[in-house]
Design a protein around this ligand. Structure first.
Ligand code: FES
Length: 168
């Protein structure tokens, strides 16, 4: 019996959030028709879609990169990579929310006048939110420039952000 072995592209990095994206593509058998749903999975897990993600998704689903780029820029619900030099991504999924993400959001608004999707006037820091970054066991979770920080009290998280922004 002949078995078809289909080679899949490796995710751009070993960030476990790619597993969420991969699961979405796999669920749809890597159909090009799952482009929008897959881009939503990227957005929900990373908070934005960058060139690397677009390339990975378009290669994996066999759609032209121009199409993936076109869809991403057409829909308002998608965010391209933010302008800030540093990115704070807050997970607002249920597990994280009940453990205090709402308080961190409030803190960012009061302390830095930043809401998800915004960047400080000096372009130093962008704040984003994601629906679940796939690390619920570490809730509440935030991702600082790609590094996951979790299992901290709200106060610890505030200190971490303060320290990180001041040293950034
Ligand atoms: S809900 Fe925050 S990591 Fe899953």
């Amino acid at each position: 019996m002949k078995t078809d072995i289909i080679e899949r592209n490796a995710p751009p990095t070993d960030d476990r959030r790619w597993k969420i994206v991969d699961a979405t593509m796999k669920k749809h058998n890597y159909s090009p028709k799952s482009l929008i749903e897959t881009l939503h999975a990227v957005q929900d897990a990373f908070g934005y879609i960058d060139d690397e993600a677009l390339k990975y998704v378009s290669d994996s689903l066999h759609v032209p990169p121009s199409k993936a780029y076109g869809v991403t820029t057409f829909y308002n619900s998608f965010t391209m990579k933010p302008a800030g030099e540093h990115v704070i991504l807050l997970c607002t999924g249920t597990a994280c929310y009940v453990k205090g993400t709402d308080k961190i959001l409030e803190y960012m608004k009061n302390e830095y006048d930043l809401e998800p999707g915004q960047t400080t006037a000096d372009n130093k820091v962008s704040l984003l939110s994601a629906r679940c970054v796939g690390a619920c066991g570490l809730a509440p979770v935030m991702v600082l420039d790609g590094s996951v920080v979790g299992r901290l009290s709200v106060e610890d998280m505030q200190n971490k952000i303060r320290e990180w922004i001041n040293n950034g």
